[in-house]
Design a protein around this ligand. Structure first.
Ligand code: VGL
Ligand code: ZN
Length: 211
C-alpha cells in the first residue's frame, strides 16, 4: 500500500459499488462503473476505508414488485413517509449484490450493510429512511476517533447524498468527491442533491481538488 497521505482522522466511505448499480445491473446507474478506477486510486491514499453494501431481503418494501399495480420509479406512501419504488436489486447473497470485482480495496476495515429491514429502505449509511433507525456507523466512527468523512460511489443523488447529509448532521466534517460518483437522476434528484449539499455547506469537490 502507498504511504497514506490523508489524516489519521479521515475515513473514506465508498458507497455501494455493486453489480446491480453498474451497467447491465438491475438498478443500473448510468456509467456507474466509471467510478471504480478513480475510487481504487483514491483508496490507496487513505489508511482507513469503509465500504457500504446495499443488502435487501427478497420482497423488500422498496421494490415495486412488492406493491401490486406499481412500477419502478413510482412514489408510494409507506409507514415512514414517501418512498420511491425500485426494481428488485441487491438482494442478499445474489450476484447483483456482490461488490464489483474490479473494486480493489483490500485494506477496507468495515463492510457496512444496509437496507436489510424488509419494511424500511436505507439510502444513508447512517440512518434508515424512517430517519430514526441508526445503522451504528456514527458510533463506530466516533468511537474510533474519526472526524472527517470523505464520500465517493453510487448513487450520487441517493445513497451518497443521504450519507453525506447524515454524516454532516452527526457532526463530522464531510467532503463528497463528485467525479468519483455517478447519479441515477429521477425526478430532478441530481439538482435537488446539489441544492441540498450547498445549503448545508457540504463540500463537493473533484478528486484533484481534494486536499
Ligand atoms: C440506492 C436506490 C435504492 C443507492 C440504493 O445506492 O443509491 N439507490 N437503493
Ligand atoms: Zn436499495
Amino acid at each position: 500500500m502507498t504511504k497514506p497521505i490523508r489524516g489519521a482522522r479521515d475515513m473514506l466511505l465508498v458507497v455501494d459499488i455493486q453489480y446491480d448499480f453498474c451497467p447491465e445491473g438491475a438498478l443500473a446507474v448510468p456509467r456507474g462503473d466509471e467510478v471504480i478506477d478513480p475510487i481504487n486510486r483514491l483508496a490507496r491514499q487513505f489508511q482507513h476505508v469503509v465500504l457500504t453494501q446495499d443488502w435487501h431481503p427478497p420482497g423488500h418494501q422498496s421494490f415495486a414488485s412488492a406493491h401490486a399495480g406499481r412500477k419502478p420509479y413510482d412514489t408510494v406512501a409507506l409507514a415512514y413517509g414517501s418512498q420511491i419504488l425500485w426494481p428488485d436489486h441487491c438482494v442478499q447473497a445474489t450476484p447483483g449484490a456482490a461488490f464489483h470485482n474490479d473494486l480493489q480495496i483490500p485494506h477496507a476495515e468495515l463492510v457496512l450493510r444496509k437496507g436489510y429491514h424488509r419494511e424500511i429502505d436505507s439510502y444513508s449509511a447512517f440512518y434508515e429512511n424512517d430517519r430514526t433507525t441508526p445503522t451504528g456507523l456514527s458510533g463506530y466512527l466516533r468511537e474510533r476517533g474519526f472526524t472527517r468523512v470523505i464520500l465517493a460511489g453510487l448513487a450520487f443523488d441517493f445513497c451518497v447524498r443521504y450519507s453525506a447529509e447524515d454524516a454532516h448532521a452527526a457532526g463530522f466534517e464531510v467532503v463528497v468527491i463528485e467525479d468519483a460518483c455517478r447519479a441515477i437522476d429521477v425526478a430532478g434528484s441530481v439538482a435537488a442533491t446539489r441544492r441540498s449539499l450547498a445549503e448545508r455547506n457540504i463540500a463537493c469537490v473533484t478528486g484533484d481538488d481534494f486536499q
